[in-house]
Unconditional design. Structure first.
Length: 94
C-alpha cells in the first residue's frame, strides 16, 4: 500500500482529495478489513507517524517512494510470477 498510497499525492488535485481516494479504494477492496488499520495505513502514506523529509514539489515534506526504491525493497519479477500462477489456478487457465 505504501507505494500506491503515496502515488495519490501525484495523481490528485490536493492532498485531501488523494487521501480520501486512497482511503475509499483501500476500504472498498477491504485491504485491512475496513477498520482503524485502514485509516492508520493510509495516513502513514501521507506522512502520519513519520518525520518530515526535505521539501519537494508535490510531496512537500512527506517521504517519497519511487519505483526504483520499490525494486530495491523486493523482487517484483518473482512477485508477478507467483501472482500470475495463483491467478491462473483460480481461473483454470493452467
Amino acid at each position: 500500500r505504501m507505494y500506491w498510497g503515496k502515488k495519490f499525492l501525484e495523481w490528485s488535485a490536493s492532498p485531501e482529495e488523494g487521501f480520501q481516494t486512497a482511503l475509499t479504494l483501500n476500504n472498498r477492496w477491504s485491504l485491512d478489513g475496513n477498520d482503524p488499520n485502514s485509516w492508520a495505513g493510509v495516513a502513514w502514506c501521507f506522512g502520519k507517524h513519520d518525520r518530515p523529509w526535505g521539501e519537494r514539489a508535490v510531496w512537500g515534506t512527506i517521504r517519497s517512494m519511487t519505483a526504483s526504491g520499490l525494486k530495491r525493497k523486493f523482487d517484483i519479477a518473482s512477485w508477478l510470477k507467483v501472482t500470475h500462477q495463483k491467478l491462473a489456478r483460480r481461473t483454470n487457465l493452467t
